[in-house]
Ligand binder design. Sequence first.
Ligand SMILES: Cc1cc2nc3c(=O)[nH]c(=O)nc-3n(C[C@H](O)[C@H](O)[C@H](O)COP(=O)(O)OP(=O)(O)OC[C@H]3O[C@@H](n4cnc5c(N)ncnc54)[C@H](O)[C@@H]3O)c2cc1C
Length: 469
Amino acid sequence: MENFDVIVVGAGTGGSIAATFAAQKGLKVCLIDGKERSKIGDKICGDGVGSEIFDYLKINHPKNEELSCHIKGVKLYAPNLQKCIEMIDPKQAGYVVNRLEFGQRLLNESLDAGVSKFLDKTMALELLYQNGFVNGLRVKMSNGEKTELKAKIVIDASGFYSPLRKQVQSPLIEKEIPKSDSILCYREIVNFPQKDQMVKDPDYITIILDQKRAPGGYLWYFPKNEYAVNIGLGLFMDYKGRVKEYYQKNAFNEFITSKNFKLESSGGGVVPVRRSIWSCVDNGLIIIGDAACHVNPLHGGGIDPSMRAGYHAALSAFDALKAEDTSASKLWDFNYKIMTSFGADYASLDLLRIVLQVLTNDELNFGLSKDLLTSEEILEIAETGLIKLSLVNMVKKAISGISNPKLLLDLNYLRIRMNEISQHYRKFPREISKFEEWRQKTLQIYEKLDKMVIQPRKTPKTEKSVLNG
Ligand SMILES: Cc1cc2nc3c(=O)[nH]c(=O)nc-3n(C[C@H](O)[C@H](O)[C@H](O)COP(=O)(O)OP(=O)(O)OC[C@H]3O[C@@H](n4cnc5c(N)ncnc54)[C@H](O)[C@@H]3O)c2cc1C
């Protein structure tokens, strides 16, 4: 039986990047995916990705058949559509990609980088443990045969439904992601072959917040080119079974006026929208991407963080193998890198997401129209997870928000908690022994927000429904 340094499970955006950088470091890498090779990358997605990650990893930006269009920025609309916040920032600029072509490129780059074995149509079934260390996988091969693959480290990049995370022995890794921390999405790519409808704002991706039309999520309208668009919506998981109906009524019927449209692709999926799982490592194991909830909780973008996590996983695996120590303590360095970088931003954005999900349309209309959050502040939050407010700005907000003091106070309380959690994550412990203390403090920050902002909003609704029988 062949032994590998690293097996990467899943050749999506996270797994392909992990395999590329591990192979570039000279490791003997096996990359497996349940899909057949020609379908890798074909994922139901909004297809939007910022340009920053390509510079960060020093890899080619999307071009040619991979690139659907360039994006200058984001237009965020209030539910009543009367207020639009335009966010233009070099870091928010980016691309809408052809997901299949983009995925194929990342896969090909990993094979060119020297991946020793690529197995498509191969499903990971089970983690193999020996003496408390992961040392391989049980897989089902393309011919239906079940076999074992051995490696010193497994990188799980198998996406939201990871079967492997559920089998991990470490108690520091959450096996299940609560429904309240995920969003159910549905999207279609619609073409106008007769060019009788043009795409609105082809340089921007458009996001509409609306608790009635897209409860818990948002509606999106992402251009593919002048005559094709990716439209969709995200909803609370409780809307399972109704997502298509909501999409048809609130997205498709709203955005598509042409009778001569052609559906290029349709489908749904689930995105985790929360902080990273507590720990992404066990002995001989690193978990990345959707499988580890490495997704921006505010907008559900997971391409960039999965690639970032893939890169860091490869480097941490290399360091561990060089030191001949694949223990969770040695791989902890991966947790440290994630939690003190985008992990800190996403924990902060998770608090914002939780509050946004309980605001009413009236509050969203009010907050956005009165500039309680400006485009600069949203960009700053998106980039750093922090909201720094000068005294002048605070006073300005207090004056414009005076007719809704409760909302004003809640947003200020949220701002304080966001800054607190962001700074707390940046002090993520370097040793496992200090982790529990850190975790308890994180939970306390969530509880504070829950008690002050979430519960007071949720309680009246619950009481009303109880009273109404
Ligand atoms: C509707 C929708 C819209 C989205 N829009 C955007 C967007 O516009 N921008 C953005 O940045 N993000 C978006 N996302 C999120 C983004 O798609 C994911 O966060 C990102 O693809 C995660 O990458 P990943 O590598 O972790 O997982 P995935 O891309 O899901 O890849 C996982 C891979 O693992 C393989 N696999 C799964 N199980 C096994 C197994 N047992 N054995 C072997 N292989 C396995 C799969 O075949 C797949 O190839 C969207 C998601 C959805 C659902």
